[in-house]
Design a binder for this molecule. Structure first.
Ligand code: COA
Length: 336
């Protein structure tokens, strides 16, 4: 469908807690080794939020960095989307961030799609801009999964870390549209492979019962999630390339959800994208869920690897199960 507007991606920012937890630190908690974790996942360190640091704090820092880079007034934002599975408040945390950054005219809401959340948020925001409904949007991906990991479970606790990343997207003339293609998917039949599920505890209340409990820590079937990622991610990127009238050779950078180095390598290999074009920072952060893609983008842009005009293929995948890809051109007429 032809939409009246295009979009440009004009600012990015990221934040991570200062506290690190190394593979060596984990050997004091569970039976594992630095060597096992590094060879199976590529992860060496992860950042962990201490109790005084909130999801809103991390997300606000990332959002402010993105606003500074884009050099725009927060009051000019029309939309704030917070992709997270770990809000400070189950009613939503986006509006608190909206208030803290001074986006007085924006509407703000949370979006939950686990590790695919940033891609789902980017596409959702772009739709509002491309239809002409709004002009400027802020999309944040942020998660503090350390609060929901079972630190006695060596199959999962080695994987995750905390962080936030944010991007500013602006409406542009259709001819300058930088969102070249996208595809989003979900399959709830596979939900049980990766969950952070509510566990009700039945309690008597008047003439009935209620289920007041809490969330059970993350449960994951690692092998099934691995298999899912290495088959579905190349497929969805190939479809997205096709939609964008591009081939893998047109891609300057592959920026996948930073789950596991073996997944990154396998997807790149299947797409015949050379290793030099694959962005990876998971050694230092682990899997930061909805934050991982904007965090990796922000670092690579800051280092000058990704430059304005470069074509980036991104893909998120994770719980739901959900997955999706977006191919876009970074930057507009500003200098980084
Ligand atoms: N340290 C040491 N040994 C470990 C371990 C750890 N941290 N975790 C598991 N093991 C053991 C298992 O108990 C098992 O031992 P056994 O053979 O005696 O039973 C052995 O290692 C192999 O376990 P397995 O689960 O088959 O390992 P794997 O090769 O599949 O690697 C993952 C495990 C989690 C690294 C891998 O499955 C993976 O990366 N999956 C994708 C997960 C993911 O990215 N999730 C997030 C998506 S958003």
């Amino acid at each position: 469908m032809d939409l009246p507007f295009g979009v440009n991606f004009i600012g990015i920012g990221a934040a991570a807690p200062p506290t690190s937890l190394s593979n060596h630190d984990l050997t004091a908690l569970v039976e594992t080794s630095d060597e096992w974790i590094r060879t199976r996942t590529g992860i060496e360190n992860r950042r962990i939020a201490t109790p005084d640091l909130t999801l809103t704090d991390l997300a606000t820092t990332a959002a402010q960095a993105a606003l500074t880079q884009a050099d725009i007034d927060p009051a000019s934002l029309d939309l704030v989307i917070l992709a997270t599975s770990t809000p400070d408040d189950l009613f939503g945390s986006a509006s608190v961030i909206q208030a803290r950054i001074g986006a007085a005219h924006a509407v703000a809401f949370d979006l939950t799609a686990a590790c695919s959340g940033f891609i789902f948020g980017l596409v959702t925001a772009s739709q509002y801009l491309q239809t002409g409904t709004y002009k400027r949007a802020l999309v944040i991906g942020a998660d503090i999964l350390s609060r929901w990991v079972d630190w006695q479970d060596r199959r999962t606790c080695i994987l995750f870390g905390d962080g936030a990343g944010a991007m500013i997207i602006e409406a542009a003339p259709t001819l300058e549209n930088a969102l070249l293609g996208f595809e989003l998917r979900s399959d709830g039949r596979l939900n049980h492979h990766l969950t952070l599920a509510y566990q009700p505890k039945p309690q008597a209340l008047a003439h009935t019962q209620i289920g007041q409990g809490t969330y059970h820590p993350i449960v994951m079937n690692g092998q099934e999630v691995y298999r899912f990622a290495v088959t579905q991610v190349p497929e969805v990127i190939t479809k997205t390339l096709h939609r964008a009238n591009l081939t893998a050779a047109d891609i300057d950078w592959l920026v996948l959800h930073q789950a596991n180095q073996r997944i990154l390598d396998s997807v790149a290999q299947r797409l015949e994208i050379p290793k030099e074009k694959v962005i990876s920072n998971l050694a230092n952060y682990g899997n930061t869920s909805a934050a991982s893609i904007p965090l990796a983008l922000a670092e690579s842009i800051e280092k000058g690897k990704i430059k304005p005009g470069h074509v980036i293929a991104t893909a998120g995948f994770g719980a739901g199960l959900t997955w999706g890809a977006a191919i876009f051109r970074w930057g507009s007429d500003f200098t980084i």
